[in-house]
Design a binder for this molecule. Sequence first.
Ligand SMILES: [Ca+2]
Length: 244
Amino acid sequence: MVEADDDYVGPLYGEDLDEYINKLKAKAVAFFAQAGQDPMEIYRIEQFEPIKQDPEFHGKFYTGDSYVVLKKQRNCYEIHYWHGKEATSDEMGSSAALSVQLSANLPMGSRHHLEEQEMETDLFMTYFKAGLFYLEGGVESGFKHVEPDVYEPRLLHIKGKRYPRVFSVAVSGDSLNEGDCFVLDLGLQLYCWFGSEANMFEKAKAGEIAQAIKQNDRKMKANLDFVQEATPEGQAAFWEALGG
Ligand SMILES: [Ca+2]
């Protein structure tokens, strides 16, 4: 975590070592001085270091990584350490250790919560009303964020009506099922598809999630259609994108 340093080049002695240690101490002090100021902070463990996530990425978790979610309440902090299914033991250890260090350095008391992918606590789920998104990949897999104008088509499977979890599934008609709702994300065109057996709460949630993608991720530049209400051309385009 904060002990690691990119600038480290090899064994150090004497003054060089002192300087290195002082640098690390200063870094740790700076880190804990800023922690806990925002209403919610999310840190992803990247090469042992906690990297603060931009609010735009709150609610989006790479299944190959481990995170710490720090939520400020009136009288205490909730510290959630989240482990994706493919996170390494190093990453999980680092996020657990960071949770302990945060407790020791925060200006108020704190409660710890272990969060495992797809088994998150209700408290954790309440933070992400626009859906908890599981993204494939992670730090070690060399995943890079897509360029702003290049979109990889994705099909999102929305599960759960109260606290929706959002899974990326294969972009294919075979991924759909009549009991659930889906969002097909083609970048500037979004489609919402409702299974015939999905209930109205699930449909409402899927609609909210699609709307949130349009608003937050695409800054209103995308077009959103509900497949069942779309024109014949719109419906044909939806099925064509799913492989016909
Ligand atoms: Ca990882």
